[in-house]
Design a protein around this ligand. Structure first.
Ligand SMILES: Cc1ncc(COP(=O)(O)O)c(C=O)c1O
Length: 176
């Protein structure tokens, strides 16, 4: 089985192949260009060319399909998941039956509030004793539903820094 994988990828790389598991290669290439242009660090062809984060696109049958698969990968009954308050009701519709322990983080006109994220994480052990710290944040950074807010670059950097600090603490703890 293992040795078949490179052969399958060679076949899937052909532009006429219809069922590569993560999407038609030509379509993925086009989507990647759009992703870099609209969601990369800076818009325009030059920024897109300079943006070299490895491809992470996956074609799905709608974002509900993609979201439910992503949530099933990271959540199970009792898994703590940081979510914006309020968040997209369509996601709550499958997060609740999945049994995830939703941990609300405040939002305002500019999207998720970094200070709220830091406060929730800072007091987590005291507020929810015995619950493992969340490892995952579900945020809608552009055009949130229902608020319509989008994160500024400054907030994105703050949130990233908080996440990086927490990852460091989680790594230290798991080594103990
Ligand atoms: C934030 C958000 N995620 C997901 C979806 C679902 O999108 P789709 O209809 O592509 O499944 C919506 C639809 O409004 C949405 O607002």
């Amino acid at each position: 089985m293992h040795s078949l994988v490179p052969r399958i990828w060679r076949v899937c790389a052909g532009s006429s192949f219809l069922s590569a598991t993560n999407g038609l290669p030509a379509l993925l290439g086009h989507l990647e260009t759009l992703r870099k242009a609209y969601h990369g660090p800076g818009a325009g062809a030059e920024a897109a060319a300079a943006y070299t984060v490895p491809r992470a696109s996956l074609v799905s049958t709608g974002s509900q399909d993609a979201l439910s698969k992503a949530f099933e990968m990271v959540c199970g009954p009792g898994t703590p998941l940081l979510v914006e308050a309020p968040t997209y009701s369509g996601s709550l519709a499958f997060l609740r039956p999945l049994g995830a322990a939703l941990v609300p983080v405040a939002t305002d006109d500019g999207g998720l509030v970094p200070a709220s994220l830091a406060a929730v994480l800072g007091s987590f052990e005291r507020d929810r004793p015995g619950t493992p710290k969340p490892r995952c944040l579900y945020t809608i950074p552009n055009g949130s539903n229902p608020t319509g807010g989008s994160l500024s670059e400054a907030r994105r950097r703050e949130i990233y820094a908080i996440g990086a600090r927490c990852a460091w603490h989680l790594r230290q703890r798991s080594r103990q």
